[in-house]
Design a protein around this ligand. Structure first.
Ligand code: ATP
Ligand code: MG
Length: 411
């Protein structure tokens, strides 16, 4: 991609929420643009990052047998009346024709349960799990911290259906492991902890995945020995002790909830009368699990964790481009050499953003730091004199000269 052709440029003067690093940096670097409180446009760079995060999640959901589907954004309110969730204060309501009552789904249990019911008759149809990656709508009392708490935000939500608690328990453990793989791939595996949170009627706990961060809204109590935490909301029920080893030597930390898995059991199958015939032909309620993760909140989280005073420092796996090529100087020869290199890299399948503008060296290098692509390559009069390119990793301070002839094998 040539920077001159990119929609959504960097801007230090553009208005951004000042309450978080992710809102400020993602806006100034041209990844997102705020529509209104808690609602964002994703510009090309931002969409590339979001898509990469989604694809990492997608691969792990496919690996545990999840079937990807796409459910609707809006749904008749009557489905929510059936489960009693029509009174949820975060529901957005709208009116259809004939004054029919509709809602924008804040999550999809009311859609997926009757949907799965249509395709499930006997124990032979179970277990099964479906997931989607879609925008959710919640009229949050306070939208804040950029992408961390939105009113329209992206979610991957998976739902699994089982014949028994045991089968649900088994699958739940598999998904838990899949979640850790996701956070590890995103580069936050070592600062994201399994956190015990309040459960439902059938399970004592649900589990959150919490990433340590000062900006996080959640307070958790971390057990350094077991590497798990307890959410403040249930720490009193827990009598201040680690649920795994019982110690009360827990460390209070601020964290961002980046995922949540829950054993719903029959909470939703009951109101919809979702039953299957067991091997004796007897009807039983289907046991459900749900598994949420927020790609857009994760994007904000990554910026909170990986930035410095100059800008974002993207982990390789989700960076919008692998290489930020910068040509410095008005000399036609420099541009020609940079273009040659750009074409070679693209041909090799490397994702390159080429800053081909006639802007000052200072402006271009500052923009490269702000955007945060992992590898920066500079082509200038000085580097060409040595038939070289200057290579610098965004997360390192020193740069090195690499011979043009050796560059392709290096990248
Ligand atoms: P929270 O406690 O932060 O309000 P939640 O427990 O209501 O979130 P879930 O319904 O479990 O969240 O949603 C699954 C995932 O979706 C969360 O773990 C989080 O990553 C993401 N998420 C939830 N609410 C928001 C939001 N308002 N903005 C962005 N992401 C969100
Ligand atoms: Mg929560």
């Amino acid at each position: 991609m040539r920077y001159s052709n990119l929609f959504g440029k960097t801007s230090k003067s553009i208005q951004a929420d000042a309450d978080s690093a992710n809102a400020k940096l993602l806006t100034q670097a041209g990844f997102v643009n705020k529509q209104m409180a808690g609602v964002y446009n994703y510009l090309p760079l931002g969409l590339r990052v979001l898509t990469k995060i989604q694809n990492i999640i997608r691969a792990e959901m496919n690996a545990v047998g999840g079937n990807e589907i796409l459910m609707p954004t809006m749904t008749q309110e009557s489905s929510y009346v059936q489960t009693g969730r029509d009174k949820m204060d975060v529901l957005f309501h709208l009116k259809g024709r004939d004054d029919s009552e509709l809602v924008l789904n804040p999550t999809h249990e009311e859609v997926v349960t009757p949907l799965a019911q249509k395709y499930t008759f006997s124990y032979r149809d179970l277990p099964v799990s479906v997931y989607q990656i879609q925008n959710k709508f919640r009229n949050e009392p306070r939208a804040k911290s950029g992408l961390l708490r939105g009113r329209e935000f992206n979610m991957k939500d998976m739902y699994s259906f089982h014949v028994s608690h045991e089968d649900l328990d088994n699958y739940y453990e598999q998904v838990k492991q899949a979640y850790f793989k996701i956070y590890t791939k995103l580069g936050i595996g070592d600062i994201t902890v399994l956190t015990y949170a309040s459960g439902g009627v059938f399970s004592k706990y649900s589990h959150e995945f919490q990433t340590f961060a000062e900006v996080g809204e959640d307070t958790i109590y971390f057990c350094g020995k077991c590497k798990v935490a307890v959410n403040k909301e249930i720490i009193d029920d827990q009598k201040g002790a680690c649920p795994e080893c019982g110690t009360s030597e827990l460390e209070e930390r601020q964290a961002i909830e980046v995922g949540n898995i829950f054993k719903l059991a029959d909470k939703f199958s009951k109101p919809f009368d979702f039953e299957y015939a067991d091997s004796n032909g007897k009807n039983q309620l289907v046991q459900m699990g749900c598994y949420g993760i927020g790609p857009s909140r994760l994007m904000g989280t990554l910026v909170e964790i990986f930035h410095d005073e100059k800008g974002i420092i993207w982990p390789k796996e989700v960076a919008p481009y692998a290489v930020h090529l910068v040509s410095l100087g008005a000399d036609e020869n420099i541009k020609t050499e940079a273009e040659k290199l750009y074409n070679q890299l693209v041909e090799k399948g490397v994702e390159v953003l080429w800053d081909d503008r006639d802007a000052s060296a200072g402006a271009k290098l500052a923009d490269a730091d702000l955007i945060g692509i992992p590898t920066r390559l500079v082509v200038s009069k000085k580097t060409l004199a040595e038939e070289s390119v200057e290579l610098k990793e965004r997360n390192k301070s020193e740069a090195e000269m690499v011979k043009m002839s050796e560059l392709l094998s290096r990248i």
